[in-house]
Design a protein around this ligand. Structure first.
Ligand code: LLP
Length: 423
């Protein structure tokens, strides 16, 4: 459920008119709804309250400090994958004790930073990483609290580019090699073994892979116990899918997911950690864009908008469906159109042969479900400035990231000395 809706024929973000917002901040822009974020967090965390779980938002899904601060105020922690994300999370008020550090390529410098800040846990993904973490911790006179990310070899049945829990993937340590690695870790003076972590993929639309993975983790925790290694924390990752509407299979509800967790984790005496990303922010954000031209050619209608693949890459990268709606409601007949951006690539599209009332130049369109892996994956390809990000709360709004200027883009580059000297 979200708080974007038509009110008297115009699409609103909570109490804010999107046409008015477009006038004030220009287009394209991302727009996040506070009430939706709060609702998603409250519903998800509410299901695990009685279990005393820690919810650590996967910052990679949306690292805007305004979004992070909104979640931080509700008590949300962070799952991060870089020093930059630790810094953003902390800038938003998330406490280091609520931060878990995931990722296959943590550098020694990043480890040092995270150790200095005393984060809750490193989710270690390989033996070489474990060795380096041990060395870094020892050099600082510290012990790093760790979980090892196990790879349960379960097919999450999602898009290949966002599947992580199969043995061919670069993520985690196979169940077979995990036990010796835990034994090794338990003997390291710079390491405190506290947990097991698992994350099998993103945008999962079935609970079965979760149940399989969690069951394997439960058995593994018992094996560790039998081997004399006590585990106090279990990080079950993120990955629960959200409705993108055009989808054939609707994802299960957080409630059904919580039920699976309860079933599979019954009797496991550990603090549970979750790393939801998309579920919290995906449907709390939209991308608003203006139509530049409507081009008719060879029997196709191209609606050319001012947002492009550099602003939202999901359609072309993952064949993702995002609902597209006109800001001004219309009952004009719908025909198949291609909604495309100005970038010089055929892959620059938001929708192909989508049923839509043909808009006019100047009309505003909304791409829904763009709050997760939207702005964070954007680039300045084609020298297009990063777009503005706005948060609304009731009838109030705040620009949480101003649009990048051309000077910001040009100012990042330098003419090499030997050419500058010629001038
Ligand atoms: N934990 C770990 C270790 C992860 O790698 C991820 C996502 C999450 C949690 C959060 O997963 P979520 O709850 O958001 O599904 N750019 C892609 C998605 C990449 C997901 C990467 N890892 C997309 O736009 O669909």
């Amino acid at each position: 459920m979200d708080y974007f809706q038509y009110k008297q024929g115009e699409y609103f973000a909570e109490g804010v008119s999107l046409s008015k917002l477009a006038e004030e901040v220009g287009t394209p822009f991302y727009c996040y709804s506070t009430a939706t974020l709060e609702r998603h967090y409250t519903v998800f965390s509410g299901h695990f309250k009685s279990l005393g779980a820690k919810v650590c938002f996967a910052v990679k899904a949306n690292s805007n400090v305004g979004v992070l601060a909104t979640l931080a105020r509700l008590g949300c922690g962070a799952d991060v994958v870089s020093e930059g994300e630790i810094r953003l999370a902390m800038a938003a008020g998330i406490k280091p004790k609520d931060i878990v550090f995931s990722g296959v390529g943590k550098t020694p410098a990043e480890m040092r930073f995270a150790l200095k800040e005393n984060i809750f846990q490193f989710n270690v993904e390989s033996e070489p990483e474990l060795e380096i973490l041990n060395e870094v911790a020892l050099s600082m006179g510290k012990r790093a609290r760790i979980a090892i990310r196990v790879n349960p070899d379960v097919d999450p049945k999602t898009h290949a580019k966002i599947s992580t829990g199969q043995k061919e993937s670069k993520f985690g340590v196979s169940m077979r090699s995990a036990l010796p690695l835990y034994t090794f870790a338990a003997g390291l003076k710079g390491i405190d073994v506290q947990g097991v972590s698992v994350h099998i993929g993103s945008q999962l639309t079935s609970l079965t892979p979760f149940a399989q993975a969690f069951a394997r983790v439960r058995e593994f925790v018992q094996e560790l116990k039998d081997a004399g290694i006590a585990i106090s924390s279990l990080d079950l990752g993120g990955g629960l899918g959200i409705p993108y509407d055009g989808q054939e299979v609707a994802p299960p509800s957080p409630e059904a997911y919580a039920e699976i967790v309860r079933q599979e984790m019954n009797g496991v005496d550990c603090e549970l950690v979750f790393e939801p990303g998309r579920l919290l922010v995906g449907n709390a954000g939209i991308l608003v864009t203006r139509v530049i031209y409507v081009k008719k050619s060879e029997g196709r209608v191209f609606v050319i908008v001012d947002a492009a693949m550099n602003d939202l890459i999901r359609p072309t990268l993952y064949d993702a469906h995002h609902d597209i709606l006109p800001v001004m409601e219309t009952d004009a007949a719908q025909t198949p159109v291609d909604v495309v951006g100005p970038v010089c690539e055929t892959g620059d599209y938001f929708a192909e042969q989508r049923m839509l009332a043909i808009p006019k130049a100047g009309d505003l369109l909304v791409l829904r479900s763009a709050g997760a892996y939207g702005a964070v994956m954007s680039s300045t390809y084609n020298a297009r400035p990063l777009v503005a990000e706005v948060m609304v709360k009731g009838s109030d709004y705040s620009v949480v990231r101003p649009r990048q200027s051309y000077d910001d883009i040009i100012g990042r580059d330098r003419i090499p000395g030997w050419i500058a000297e010629e001038a």
